[in-house]
Design a protein around this ligand. Structure first.
Ligand code: NAD
Length: 323
């Protein structure tokens, strides 16, 4: 069945991968994006790009008047560290912008919503792997903005008939294995893109924050999930909503953890040369290990990450970084 979908923030890193899959599945896709961190070239020929700001109702009303069956929402500020410096900016985009989008959807009678949440809603783990029942206690303002929206979604589902899937990503990584996405992530602060930027000479140095954690090599353990696996989960979440599900809150992670040094070693192996780094002081608020349980997504979405192998992840990034 072909449906109309609206992808807010669809010109960005994760959104563009989802847009490619939606177009490939034959859907009518409108990307709504202000191109602040996204790129026109990320939008495939089969989708339409409408430039606008989700904080402005008049920008959104026109695209919502087309009555998309499902709205995907990727647009956000996403750097945890930065969110502690400029919380008002994060409030304006991630909270006020999203509430504006939800209000415009409500006015237009559009009821299905797939939201990009984050493992940052959990804060320091009380136990591992982290499942969806784990307490939510964000340690940075970014994580709080995601939790605030999740709480509003639960209310709107009860009070105004919204159906939603909130997908809590762990560390999204890699690039499209079919090579359809060719634009580098803008202003990336995550480990994998930073490693590749150093390898390709776009960045001078690679700092490893803390070498004395209680982990197998002293560096932090994180759960890296390939962006193609994430994209497949979004399409599955959309299908669940179309089938009548609502209020889905699901982790999306690979369920395995890799240390920072293992990631750097994998990148070096794939590229065929050493990537220099230096171990510096720990950063505040970085837990030793974060690993997801994705059992719920496996059960509800049939989520089964297929591209978690570290060599596959870095291999998929080479082209985009000219390596
Ligand atoms: N990258 C990760 O590892 C990760 C992990 C957890 C959650 N997330 C969440 O996933 C979502 C997508 O992340 P990404 O890595 O693709 O980020 P991104 O910055 O590449 O994409 C965000 C897109 O939203 C657009 N945008 C931003 N503000 C807008 C506005 N006011 N109006 C319209 N468009 C706007 C940007 O131009 C960009 O195209 C975000 O909500 C992020 O918080 C990402």
């Amino acid at each position: 069945m072909t449906i109309g979908v609206l992808v807010v923030g669809g010109a960005g890193y994760i959104g563009s991968h989802v847009v490619h899959d939606l177009v490939a599945a034959g859907h009518r896709v409108t990307v709504f994006d202000d191109l602040s961190t996204g790129a026109r070239d990320n939008v495939p020929d089969g989708a339409r790009l409408v430039r606008g700001d989700m904080r402005r109702a008049e920008d959104l009303d026109a695209v919502l008047a087309e009555q998309p069956e499902v709205v995907f929402h990727f647009a956000a500020r996403k750097a945890a560290g930065e969110s502690m410096q400029v919380p008002h900016d994060y409030a304006a985009h991630n909270i006020a912008g999203t509430l504006n989008l939800l209000e415009c959807m409500h006015r237009a009678g559009v009821t299905r919503f797939v939201f990009s949440s984050s493992a940052a809603v959990y804060g320091s783990p009380a136990y591992l792997p982290i499942d969806e029942s784990h307490p939510t206690n964000p340690e940075n303002y970014y994580g709080y903005t995601k939790l605030a929206i999740e709480q509003n979604l639960a209310w709107f589902a009860r009070l105004s008939g919204l159906s939603y899937a909130s997908l809590r990503y762990f560390n999204a990584t890699g690039y499209d294995l079919a090579g359809r996405v060719t634009v580098r992530e803008c202003g990336a602060a995550n480990l994998c893109p930073v490693v590749m930027e150093v390898a390709s000479g776009l960045r001078e140095s690679l700092d490893v924050f803390g070498g004395d954690y209680d982990t197998r090599d002293g560096t932090c353990v994180r759960d890296y999930v390939h962006v193609n696996d994430l994209a497949a989960a979004h399409v599955a979440a959309m299908e669940r909503l179309l089938d009548g599900d609502s209020c889905l809150v699901l982790n999306l992670g690979s369920e395995s953890g890799s240390t920072v040094l293992e990631m750097i070693a994998a990148a070096s192996r794939v590229i065929g040369r050493e990537i220099p780094y230096r171990v510096v002081e720990r950063r505040a608020g970085d837990p030793a290990s974060l690993v997801a349980s994705s059992a719920k997504a496996r059960e509800i979405l049939g989520f089964s990450p297929r591209h978690g192998d570290l060599d596959v992840i870095f291999e998929s990034m080479r082209g985009v970084y000219g390596l």
